[in-house]
Design a protein around this ligand. Structure first.
Ligand code: SAH
Length: 215
């Protein structure tokens, strides 16, 4: 059922080349994205579009982020092997799989049950093992904190303080912040009372909403 043909592999290499031309230079990110067949995460009717640089619809009217956004966020996150990474918004599981291929220890939260369930099927197919949670990402995962890295893949209206509290000192959070459109922030936690914020241009994400849903 999940076939990664020569044609798919070829399209994926072209996608990687396009990402390099757009300024993605971190080899670890490029290699991980070359290892994850993005078309596995999409309805088969979207197969031909899977390697174009566009966001596409998944279950529950959510979207898989466009490849350049995944690459940009992952490069900003600057993940090393064995680091503990919390992802808010499992969605299709594509970004989660990229982080797993970079050998991070990934904890991921999704508020929609059907997405939470279908992503886990993909993790089995790709033989990656993130810890998956059905819940409200605004609450984070206090029982597993602190994290080296936190990645938010939906649009938060402001920097979620609860999540900053779950970051290690020296840790980094990457998050799109804003209502209509968002600014990408890289937030570094310098001490328990001080954060350093850098901004990286405008993006468009589905909103981060409270409470769990069944679609
Ligand atoms: N990383 C995903 C992107 C999915 S879009 C991928 O690679 O496919 C963002 C996801 O965030 C959606 O699935 C949405 O349901 C989820 N989301 C929104 N608010 C959330 C919250 N409070 N907690 C957990 N997930 C949330």
């Amino acid at each position: 059922m999940f076939v990664d043909s020569y044609k798919h592999k070829g399209m994926r290499r072209l996608m990687i080349k396009a990402l390099q031309e757009k300024g993605i230079s971190d080899q670890r990110v490029l290699e991980a994205m070359n290892e994850v067949p993005r078309h596995f995460f999409l309805d088969s009717s979207l197969d031909v579009l899977a390697y174009e640089d566009r966001a596409l619809e998944i279950l529950c009217k959510q979207t898989i982020s466009q490849p350049s956004t995944v690459a940009f966020q992952t490069q900003l996150l600057d993940v090393s092997p064995f680091q503990k990474v919390l992802e808010i918004g499992t969605g299709s599981g594509y970004q989660t799989s990229v982080l797993c291929k970079m050998k991070a220890r990934v904890f991921t939260i999704e508020r929609f049950k059907p997405l939470h369930n279908s992503a886990q099927i993909m993790f089995d197919v790709l033989k990656v093992s993130p810890q998956c949670f059905f819940g409200d990402g605004y609450l984070g995962l206090p029982a597993f904190a602190p994290f080296d890295r936190i990645l938010i893949t939906c649009a938060a209206p402001s920097i979620p303080k609860v999540l900053v509290n779950q970051l290690k000192v020296g840790g980094v959070m990457v998050a799109p912040i804003g209502e209509e459109s968002q600014i990408m922030y890289r937030i570094q936690k310098n001490s328990d009372s001080e954060i350093d914020i850098q901004s990286y241009g405008e993006f468009k994400f589905v909103p981060m909403l409270k409470e769990r849903k069944f679609c």
